[in-house]
Design a protein. Sequence first.
Lengths: 342, 107
Amino acid sequence: MGVINLKQLLESQTLQRAPFPVPVGWYFIDYSENLKPGEMRNINVFDQEWVLFRSESGEKVGVTDPYCPHLGAHIGHGGKVCGDNVRCPFHHWEYDTQGWCKSIPYAKVMPPITKKAPILRTLPTVEKYGMIWSWYHPLCEAPTWELPYIPELEDKTGYAGNRRGSWTANTCIQEIAENGVDVAHLKFLHNAPMIPPVEATYDGAKMVLNIGKGYIVGHTYAGGLNVMRFTQTDPVSGKAITATMISYSVPLTHDKTQMNMSFRHVDFPAGSPELAFTKKQIDHMIGAAEGEESAGFESVDFIVWNNKRYRPNPLLCDGDGPIFPFRKWFSQFYVNADLSKL
Amino acid sequence: MADVRVKGRDGSERTLDANGALPLMEVLRNAGCGVEGTCGGAMSCGTCHVYIADAWAARLPPKGEDEQMMLEALGDFVELRPGSRLSCQIPMTEELSGIEVEIAPAA
């Protein structure tokens, strides 16, 4: 009979599922096509509600705090888009996509603060990849890096594939992303034939993962964007063919994450064996490929993510992936915002 | 107890008692001098603009950037003088007893 180690045995009682704030970074908000010129609606991301709107010209997209700085009305309930601005229903104060107050229809003198700084919180927002992206920082600091060029989504020719998916996991982004370095789970949860080797390199907000010596190469940009390229040799043509999974998750709350994905492949001719092969690659990523022993993320990862608790002091063994360097890298995206000290 | 000598918009003159370091704006508002003080001291409305007599103006705490910006904006509507101040920014301390204030026109 060994010694009873209470710290080991009882620690799980104090564990939380996702003990982190929303990480700083760029996040997918919606597909550009889903927001028409002049449209406004309320969205829930980053642990709060926001008002999403597109200018009447169609060129500008704003994501604002809902509550008017004047007397606190919810702009997204009864407000409307006027030109480039969103207008509060209560007294018709107007704000542009950067939160500057552009009009108070009855004030002779605009309050001086309106000329010095934005008075309504907005998120820096861009359109790229045919999507709307916003930068979240709990203390409103400006973006520190730019969204990368992704040929599979941005080049006019050369790539095809319109498969998209959206799933919700009841955990935080860090826990989801950690699976990238946790190569041992690929064998046991996903039924991969072996535990593949992994190399992880870190550069600022970017992590590059090379799993299985080039089989999967992933470029991860903080918590909100992950581009994974799967390269396999087509047994029919003998060619190495790369298919791409672009994953763009957004924290709905600090412990609930919407995972969105687009799957793209080389624009092979209709009816070619290469096209059949690359489509099967994509089926396999998701978890629906016929005749495959192993399982994609949809079929197996969620049961773990949705029910696990985060262990800050995991008991790792040899053969596990480089979990701790990943966690150290990810910790740069957490900012503790103590609003009582503003 | 500090005295405030006030000249109203109609030219009438009165002397007010200021108790307990209130902002001058509140003293004037409480006495019905025509000062609205709508924003409560946030320097966003400009409705507490007064002219401080030259001899007293130099003894006041200096104007901050927001007060200066509001006064400049008011200048599009009403006369500005060297003693123009937002009265919400002047705490009525004992040292200011006897201060001479003229209520500026509404914008």
